[in-house]
Design a protein around this ligand. Structure first.
Ligand code: NAP
Length: 310
């Protein structure tokens, strides 16, 4: 009985990115017994961003690592508990929600899902085989291994452009391979990429295969306009072809769109009463740190109202 009491919370938050940390800050300041479960580093995708220029309050920008550290310190200040574990299943039991992790089980009255997104895989031969041996999804983690080399970056969004710009610190030359001839990323990134002498573009092209021996040596690229297939030598392939929500563990329980993003109303309420979603894992127009933070505050406030009314 005591064991069960000890493991019951007012609010459990899954995910320690900016949405989760903000939800934790708000919930614990409202004196709710709060647990945050994170399976990696606090900060989520922020931790691997070299410089964040669009989060207000830092006119010169701030490193993702530093912003994560500051948010974590603030979120933990008001008594929120944290554990490092991965949630594998959610169950509904009368008024309580059961959160099952690899190492334990917890109960809560309100649940806030802030699990964010992960990088989409390209799904071509060689991608899996050469992961960590020339194929990468993180420039800040792996960029330094590519000093003076010649690499490709795949994708045309903010991640591809931002990470490509960062990679120019290390590499001799990089080619951005994009499936169209118009970039999706923010204009300021586009301007910087177009004016960077180390960056070249290969338009209307898709990667069909990544080849190598012990490490990546080349890629097979198809021009989608002409159909021409060519092999290019490369020392590495950084893949940034979008994101997929981390919502597999709640498939079937909550309503989602076809891409797996959680459907909520503007108060971050999901299709199940007492379960809220905040940040990149929910369907929304814009996915930024600033919007995740706003979501986290809204979800925690909505959870508090739900608990008061229940
Ligand atoms: P994204 O905006 O979805 O862009 C993905 C890119 O990959 C697109 O250019 C897309 O091409 C391409 N792509 C998708 N599937 C492909 C495939 N199978 N083969 C080849 N190319 C493929 O994803 P993201 O760049 O990771 O950004 C995700 C979100 O995070 C966005 O909202 C972005 O603004 C945000 N973000 C913001 C910042 C920042 O503000 N500093 C930094 C990073 C990310 P199409 O263009 O043809 O669809």
């Amino acid at each position: 009985m005591e064991e069960k009491q000890a493991r019951t919370y007012d609010v459990i938050i899954i995910g320690g990115g900016p949405a989760g940390m903000t939800a934790g800050l708000y919930a614990s300041r409202s004196r709710l017994k709060t647990l945050l479960i994170e399976n990696g580093l606090f900060g989520g995708q922020m931790t691997t961003t070299e410089l964040i220029e669009n989060y207000p309050g830092f006119p010169q920008g701030v490193s993702g690592e530093e912003l994560s550290r500051l948010m974590e310190e603030q979120a933990k200040r008001f008594g929120m508990e944290t554990i490092s574990d991965e949630v594998v299943e959610i169950g509904l039991e009368k008024d309580l929600k059961r959160v099952k992790t690899y190492e334990g089980e917890f109960l809560c009255r309100a649940l806030i899902i802030c699990t964010g997104t992960e990088y989409r895989k390209l799904g071509v031969p060689g991608e899996k085989e050469f992961a960590g041996r020339g194929v990468s999804y993180c420039a800040t983690c792996d960029g330094a291994f590519f000093k003076d080399s010649q690499i490709v970056v795949v994708g045309g969004g903010d991640s591809a452009l931002g990470e490509a710009l960062f990679l120019t610190k290390f590499v001799r030359q990089l080619t951005i391979i994009h499936r169209r001839d118009v970039l999706r990323g923010t204009k300021i990134y586009q301007e910087r990429a177009f004016s960077n002498p180390k960056i070249k573009f290969l338009w209307n092209s898709i990667v069909q295969e990544i080849k190598g021996d012990s490490v990546v040596r080349s890629i097979i690229v198809k021009n989608v306009k002409t159909g021409k297939i060519e092999e290019f030598a490369t020392d590495g392939a950084f893949l940034f072809v979008g994101l997929v929500p981390r919502t597999q563990f709640i498939r079937g329980l909550l309503q989602m769109d076809e891409g797996g993003y959680l459907l909520t109303n503007e108060d971050c309420e999901t299709s199940v009463k007492g379960i809220f979603a905040a940040g990149d894992c929910r369907r929304r127009l814009l996915r930024q740190i600033a919007t995740a933070v706003g979501d986290g505050a809204t979800a925690a406030f909505a959870a508090e109202k739900y608990l008061e009314e229940g």
